[in-house]
Write a protein that binds this ligand. Structure first.
Ligand code: DGJ
Length: 733
């Protein structure tokens, strides 16, 4: 038996404590009998090996490439003492803890010892569950890891609970902690703002802490996205080098801490941001942290992204394996100015274009406070009689007549002070009782920590669906961060607002998904200020950005594609940067989930014909573009061009998208070397999406090349023309 177990403090007289003591002693005995115990969390290419040391505490022994010889695992023993997997505050570790609890007696320390572990098969992989206990306080922590062998992805989260008399204060609650021992670490972050989402930048981490976080509450990722890339020894690169891609599933304030310690080791701590969020956890209540999802690759970010895409389509994204609808949206075409007749015409235009659905955007609701601009109406989800006398049923009917599906925009978590809802329930909005209210886009965020508000928000979807079962799609928007941070409902528990609000949203989304499992929904937040893998359990896709300038979109889509599959990323053809051709704009949007948000009457006849053909091509190629493997070939960050391709998993088909952005005069152009093909197969190369009457001048067009040639020598698809694009289809003979 070990010293720490023998000298365990038994000077308390309560039965509960004695029982807890006995439990921990049992755990210690169990461990000492085996000296140290290893817990192996593996995918086909990665090993995360944890070790219960003789002192009963759990350490990370190894994280990296899969180890091939089981016998070598014994050499890991005791190697990484000090890298505690879930360190508590107040121990001998002087760096950021994973968990911090102020116990009922005011003691702010937590030291966890191993109790037991088990592994079980779950959908797609294996779940490892590790139970731990504080040896002085009735505090339990359970760590969960799900490893997905084929996709090489691990997702992990933790549960914290206790049996103390009064609530304890939780002030740190990380999802997990990971350690790395390298000479150099390079962090790539994705900073954002409205119309400037996912701006990628890389810096070397220095001793001390670098924190990526947000405090926005609802429009959670407006300034920083909840994902990062870490390059070990060198900055993360597309085709080579060791990288980690990590992302947290939390549609609220998140925090990633990267701390390089005194020995040059790095700890990565993904968590809910503890800012203004001391959480009063009641006895036996379980505090579940968000999932942290990560993948490792030795072949750069390209392979790591494919791991995540494949995993998301199979296991996380709502209807990840299902089809997606092309659409015509009316937002940029009409803004708030439309009526039933105009919408009927637009539905016919949608049909003429060849898309599957017409999506009605903001401005269809509110009567006493009509939503004719963004100052009024949010909260009053009744169709506006003056614009839409027949309500939603008439629109559904018109869509049927036109031969397209009908989708509708909502922003159910928000309220305008000018609304019936606010007049009836001012206490449902998050705002101060005693200070001047600050409005973002003239609106307030509803207090989703309040179960009555959750019912109301669920009711918005439920009412539309009950009255109109043929509504085929929702665009769920969220245009304001939480302002005036005070919940009238939580009263003296304001520290829970940021967390309980997000949990309230999930309660609503769970109910929506349970009742309407087959209704696709787009997650939108004034563009792409909300996209994380917890929300995407409930949404089939997300709106990447209000910025649809195709040049900006090349960067934005490049950024989001690091983490999300193309079928989750909505891209629409609009009139942003109409100096570029309709073809260029459409080709950029065709890399993702294609839609249009433009008046067809603004197009010339040949442009419309072009779009109709592009939609038809897209529909034919959707299985490759949306479900194939993505290869990012040429980065817009590193050149005046961009190229991405998708290959069917069996390499029978591929689509190459090549864009010239602003090439220099006389610039030296290199062929694009393809990837993901079968070297032994022969491919017919054909440029598609050509303007009517235009012939392709792609060198090698309509010729047959081996996959070997295309991957080693490549295609001369770039030109020195400004904002020029090519879509090339490759079919194995
Ligand atoms: C912000 C979204 O990003 C837009 O697409 C549009 O739906 C507007 N909100 C409507 O207010």
């Amino acid at each position: 038996m070990h010293a720490q177990c023998i000298f365990y403090n038994i000077n308390n007289n309560t039965m509960k404590k004695l029982l807890a003591t006995l439990l921990v002693l049992t755990a210690c005995l169990h461990v000492s009998a085996q000296e140290s115990k290893q817990i192996r969390i593996s995918t086909e290419r990665t090993d995360l090996i944890l070790e219960v040391a003789p002192n009963g505490r759990l350490y990370q022994a190894y994280l990296g490439d899969k180890l091939l010889n089981d016998r070598d695992l014994s050499h890991l023993s005791g190697r990484s003492r000090g890298w505690e997997v879930y360190p508590g505050s107040g121990g001998e570790d002087y760096f950021e803890p994973a968990v911090a609890i102020t116990n009922n007696d005011g003691n702010p320390s937590t030291i966890l010892r191993y109790v037991s572990s088990e592994q079980k098969t779950v959908e797609g992989g294996t779940e490892t569950i590790i139970r731990m206990k504080d040896d002085q306080y009735p505090v339990d922590v359970t760590l969960h890891y799900v490893s997905y062998p084929k996709q090489n992805v691990i997702k992990t989260w933790s549960e914290i609970t206790h049996q103390q008399k009064k609530p304890v204060t939780l002030w740190r609650y990380a999802s997990t902690m990971l350690y790395f021992a390298n000479q150099k670490y390079y962090l790539t972050e994705f900073s954002s703002d409205w119309a400037k989402e996912v701006q990628m930048s890389t810096q070397q981490l220095q001793p001390g802490k670098k924190i990526l976080d947000t405090k926005l509450g609802s429009r959670a990722a407006m300034h920083m996205q909840p994902f990062f890339e870490l390059g070990l020894e060198q900055p993360a690169q597309e085709h080579q080098g060791q990288v980690i891609l990590g992302t947290i599933g939390w549609t609220g304030n998140f925090q990633f801490t990267f701390e390089v310690d005194n020995e040059g080791n790095l700890r990565v701590i993904p968590a809910i941001n503890p800012y203004a969020s001391d959480y009063q956890l009641k006895a036996n209540e379980i505090f579940t942290t968000p999932e942290f999802i990560f993948t490792l690759s030795n072949n750069g970010t390209g392979e790591a992204s494919r791991n995540l895409h494949n995993w998301a389509r199979n296991y996380q994204l709502k209807d990840g394996q299902g089809d997606r609808m092309t659409l015509l949206n009316n937002w940029e075409n009409t803004y708030f100015t439309f009526d039933e007749e105009l919408l009927g015409k637009l539905m016919k235009e949608a049909k003429h274009l060849g898309v599957d659905m017409f999506l009605l955007d903001d401005g269809w609701f509110g009567n006493k406070h009509p939503r004719n601009d963004d100052h009024a109406g949010l909260g009053d989800w009744e169709a506006m009689k003056s614009k839409l006398p027949g309500g939603i049923p008439a629109l559904v009917e018109k869509a049927k007549e036109a031969g397209v599906k009908f989708g509708i925009w909502i922003e159910p978590e928000m309220v305008n002070p000018q609304s019936d809802l606010f007049e009836a329930h001012p206490d449902w909005a998050i705002h101060y009782p005693n200070r001047e209210t600050y409005y973002y886009r003239n609106q307030l965020v509803l207090d989703l920590s309040n179960p009555k508000v959750q019912d109301f928000v669920f009711g918005v979807v439920d009412k539309i669906m009950t009255e109109n079962p043929d509504v085929a799609f929702f665009k769920w928007d969220c245009n304001s961060p939480i302002t005036n941070i005070y919940s009238p409902y939580l009263k003296d528990k304001q520290g829970q607002l940021y967390i309980d609000h997000v949990r309230g949203i999930y309660n609503v989304l769970k109910r929506v998904k349970e009742k309407y499992p087959n209704v696709p929904m787009m997650l939108c937040s004034g563009g792409g200020a909300r996209c994380d893998y917890e929300a995407l359990k409930y949404f089939t896709e997300f709106w990447c950005s209000d910025n649809t300038d195709p040049i900006e979109r090349l960067f934005i889509q490049w950024g989001f594609s690091q983490f999300f599959p193309s079928k989750a990323m909505c891209a629409h053809v609009t009139s942003w940067n109409s100096r570029t051709s309709v073809k260029f704009r459409t080709d950029v949007a065709s890399m993702c989930k294609l839609g249009f948000d433009i008046g067809l009457k603004d197009m010339k006849a040949d442009e419309l014909t072009y779009c109709q053909e592009a939609v038809a091509n897209y529909k034919r190629l959707k299985p490759v573009i949306l479900d194939g493997d993505q290869y990012r070939l040429i980065s817009p960050y590193e050149s005046n061009h961009m190229a991405i391709m998708y290959a069917a998993p069996d390499a029978s088909k591929a689509v190459l998208f090549a864009y010239d952005i602003h090439p220099r005069f006389g610039e030296k152009l290199l062929p694009i070397k393809l990837q993901g093909l079968d070297a032994g197969k022969m491919y017919r190369v054909k440029e598609i999406n050509l303007m009517p009457g235009r012939k392709s001048n792609l060198p090698g067009n309509e010729k047959i090349f081996s996959g070997d040639y295309l991957m080693k020598i490549g295609l001369n698809a770039f030109t020195t023309s400004q904002t020029h694009s090519r879509v090339i289809e490759l079919v194995a003979e």
